[in-house]
Design a protein around this ligand. Structure first.
Ligand SMILES: [Cu+2]
Length: 258
């Protein structure tokens, strides 16, 4: 418990606290994952310090001082064996408990999401389809994937698909694949999930931070896997509604024209 309190203090302690290679999380779920990560790393550091201190202590304390000196010889130590069995079990128990709690928070889905977006991962791109409150498609298809000829573009390039989300909202993503296994991965959200053929994966993003975040496929899926880039743009809810309305009317116009 002290380890996780220390971790929590570091997480809440402001922007200068170390992140140990993770992102602080631009969603509620991502922040939960970040807290779990920091708690585990700090617990690992404390264990490492104790182990290294004991190793160093025994090297120094029991070094050979005279050539004929032999340290006290004994066969086993029951107390020591109980301690070094019990302590790791307790540590694993803590890690298991906090992992289950965090996973449940991350996997929880709202009954009333602000938006439901179907994300389709395919060889080799992404399709984001927005739905209205009745579950009907709003017909807003935000770009299909990049052509493989676009190699070496930044993921923020408008040539790649962009998932636009309203800020401070809970958005449901229904992730599917028509061909092989892909993975929707957004590092800034500390989140990745497989796109499985025939098995939709449903999850929520509860946004907390506006900005543009990079995403990519994180499950090797074939020749142009590395081209399966996209970006996530989180913007104020009012801006998002304007964007959605503009998409709908341009969609309707192109529909009427063809
Ligand atoms: Cu891939």
């Amino acid at each position: 418990m002290p380890l996780f309190l220390l971790g929590g203090a570091l997480v809440l302690g402001g922007c200068n606290a170390p992140t140990f290679g993770a992102f602080r999380g631009a969603t509620v779920q991502g922040k939960d994952e970040f807290k779990l990560w920091v708690g585990m790393v700090i617990a690992g550091i404390i264990v490492a310090i104790i182990v290294w201190a004991l190793i160093f202590w025994s090297i120094v304390r029991y070094r050979r001082r005279r050539s004929d000196e032999i340290p006290r010889q004994f066969h086993s130590s029951l107390l020591l064996e109980i301690v070094y069995t019990a302590v790791p079990i307790v540590i694993v128990g803590f890690i298991f408990y906090f992992t289950v709690v965090t996973e449940n928070e991350v996997d929880a889905v709202s009954t009333h999401p602000a938006e439901t977006i179907h994300a389709v991962a395919y060889r080799w791109g992404w399709r984001f389809i927005y739905q209205d409150g009745n579950g009907r498609s709003q017909g807003v298809i935000v770009q299909t994937g990049a052509e493989p000829a676009l190699l070496a573009q930044s993921p923020n390039s408008p040539l790649y698909p962009r998932l636009v989300l309203p800020d401070h909202s809970t958005v449901r993503i229904v992730l599917t694949s028509p061909d092989v296994v892909h993975e929707l991965y957004v590092p800034a959200f500390n989140f990745g999930r497989n796109a499985l053929p025939g098995h939709p994966n449903v999850f929520d993003f509860t946004t907390t931070t506006t900005g543009i975040f990079q995403g990519h496929c994180a499950e090797y899926c074939g020749l142009y896997h590395a081209e399966m880039l996209f970006s996530v743009k989180v913007e104020a809810a009012s801006q998002f509604q304007q964007w959605l309305t503009a998409q709908q009317s341009s969609q309707a116009q192109s529909g009427a024209a063809s």
